[in-house]
Design a protein around this ligand. Structure first.
Ligand code: NAG
Ligand code: NAG
Ligand code: NAG
Ligand code: NAG
Ligand code: NAG
Length: 515
């Protein structure tokens, strides 16, 4: 007999399910997904390669940021030594059954001066990596900029604060398309364009670590904005230049390469799901504002040709205008949207922010975010419904564009725990959620676990890990060890039933109990 408690719980779950009319497919196999849907895992250059001054590579802004002490002395000088171990890593990917590998090219390895001559050793490395992937039937999905602008361009003209970065980026992209485009179909211009602008130029927690008092986040080392910056305007200026660079790159690809290479060029955004904190009209409108600021900032120009009205209103003269010509060029310059999704947060209206005399992007948004993730346990809550709602929102708001889930995964402290059951539960639930949205017409084309290996993390250095494989930093060989999640993902990719073991998992089916 069921206890009263269980009965009540069941009722709540059923009501929650009906309210939202979303389901998470609990039991599924690879073949339930379309054959052309790809499953992979990802890394990025600075986080995996190491060899930062080898064979002609020069520093990027991320090297500089790390060497400034932002990670308690840790840096990506060695990272996973992927530069030397790429062959065995690709073998490991093949053993795991990855259908695609998402990685980034280090601009300062390929073109050490930022512009001009190509470094033949860098070129060789990426050619070898791509060839090795192809020989195992693994699709390369390449990102061109993953927080790592060449430092030389930062020094010369202030990096992305200058419009000059647009021209240099397009020239770099041109080299990549020319050299690698015969084997690569999927290109992402900028990783987490929104977070790059906010982390790097508003709160100062990521490269190049710029901000202005009082907007810097005190959690990190360069807390008081000693690096310079202006949080009130720089994020908007950088966002503007990223959009121009992206659009010009897409234009270049379409004019010069598309007819022969037949590939696709997209941009990547970090995407929380936002849920209203309460049913009040104020919180509901605030939630829309949060979507407009985080996603609409880039997607409205790319789909409709201009920033959302609310951003222009609240940021005033601090957000640049597009000329008519730029607007036309940007509109439609998108073959797919890449999203990195980890968590769902709740949004409360906060109109008092707009009364502040000086405002940054976050104040312009006029909301208070209530973090839904269980920060106390240092793990993300399992809320596949948040990803499902996000995919549905992109479908409805932006005309059902092709979407790649470029990053999704579970964080854990990095201390050698091989039985990463929470990660398996997380992946199992989110992939099941994606299947449900596909069945409801979402145009999602692929799913990449973040990350393939435990990497040098943007915010945490080596203290946390998201990897399917553990990398032992105390071992000179940096041996890779499969965690339970690697076995689980391999089973799934090899077509096996992966449901049984995880029947008891505690997956949140509705969002309502979080507030
Ligand atoms: C399914 O798609 C329709 C149309 O976009 C949408 O209104 C509905 O909320 C979606 N339902 C689920 C469960 O995703
Ligand atoms: C940070 O900088 C501001 C303005 O320059 C100054 O007023 C404040 O005391 C500094 N705070 C710390 C903790 O150094
Ligand atoms: C953008 O255009 C609007 C309308 O013409 C104008 O009011 C505003 O000052 C312009 N913003 C900037 C930053 O030039
Ligand atoms: C890893 O670290 C976490 C948090 O510090 C701790 O709870 C856990 O027991 C540790 N596991 C191992 C295997 O050391
Ligand atoms: C998968 O495993 C579950 C749990 O063991 C079982 O109920 C289900 O029938 C299996 N599904 C398939 C397609 O084999």
């Amino acid at each position: 007999m069921m206890s009263n408690f269980a009965v009540i719980l069941l009722i709540i779950m059923v009501i929650g399910y009906n309210d939202n009319a979303y389901g998470v497919v609990d039991e599924y196999v690879r073949d339930d997904f379309p054959a052309d849907f790809v499953f992979g895992a990802g890394t990025s250059a600075y986080q995996v390669e190491g060899a930062v001054l080898e064979d002609g590579r020069t520093y990027s802004i991320w090297d500089t940021f790390a060497h400034a002490g932002n990670y308690d002395g840790a840096n990506g000088d060695v990272a996973c030594d992927g530069y030397h171990k790429y062959k065995e890593d690709v073998e490991l990917m093949a053993d795991t059954g990855l259908e695609a590998y998402r990685f980034s090219i280090s601009w300062s390895r390929l073109i050490p001066n930022g512009r001009g001559p190509v470094n033949l050793k860098g070129l060789q490395y990426y050619n070898d990596l791509i060839d090795k992937l192809i020989s195992h039937g693994i699709q390369p999905h390449i990102t061109l900029h993953h927080d790592d602008l060449p430092q030389i361009l930062e020094d010369e003209y202030g990096g992305w604060l200058s419009r000059k970065a647009v021209k240099d980026f397009v020239a770099y992209a041109d080299v990549c398309f020319r050299e690698f485009g015969d084997r690569v179909l999927h290109w992402t211009t900028i990783n987490e364009a929104n977070v790059f602008a906010l982390g790097g130029y508003d709160v100062g927690v990521s490269p190049p670590g710029r901000c202005s008092y009082p907007f810097g986040t005190s959690v990190y080392k360069i807390s008081n904005c000693t690096n310079g910056g202006d949080s009130t305007s720089e994020p908007y200026i950088v966002g503007h230049h990223l959009l121009l660079a992206h659009a010009s790159t897409v234009r270049l690809y379409r004019k010069k390469y598309k007819a022969t290479q037949h590939g696709f060029v997209g941009i990547n955004l970090f995407a929380y799901w936002y849920e209203p904190y309460s049913n009040t009209i104020e919180d509901v409108k605030a939630t829309q504002r949060a979507h407009d600021f985080y996603l609409g900032w880039f997607l409205n120009p790319l789909v409709n040709g201009d920033y959302p009205e609310i951003m222009k209103k609240n940021a005033g003269n601090r957000i640049p205008n597009f000329t008519k010509h730029e607007s036309e060029r940007i509109k439609g310059s998108l073959d797919f949207i890449g999203i990195n999704h980890y968590a769902t947060n709740y949004v409360k209206d906060n109109p008092s922010n707009l009364e502040m005399e000086i405002r940054d992007f976050l104040a312009d948004m006029a909301v208070t975010l209530v973090y839904g993730s269980a920060i106390t346990t240092n793990e993300f809550e399992v809320v596949p419904l948040g990803l499902q709602k996000l995919l549905n929102y992109l479908k409805e708001e932006y005309g059902n564009p092709p979407i790649y889930i470029h990053e999704n995964g579970q964080v854990e402290s990095r201390n050698g725990t091989m039985t990463d059951t929470p990660r398996v539960e997380f992946l199992h639930a989110y992939i099941g959620g994606v299947l449900d949205t596909l069945r409801n017409g979402s145009n999602t084309k692929g799913y990449f676990v973040w990350s393939f290996l435990d990497l040098f993390e943007l915010l945490d250095g080596y203290t946390t890990g998201y990897g399917l494989y553990y990398v032992d930093l105390n071992d000179k060989e940096l041996t890779r060890y499969p965690k339970l999640s690697a076995h689980w993902y391999a089973n799934f990719l090899q077509g096996k039933n992966t449901s049984g073991v995880f029947e008891t998992m505690n997956v949140k089916e509705t969002l309502s109990s979080s507030y």
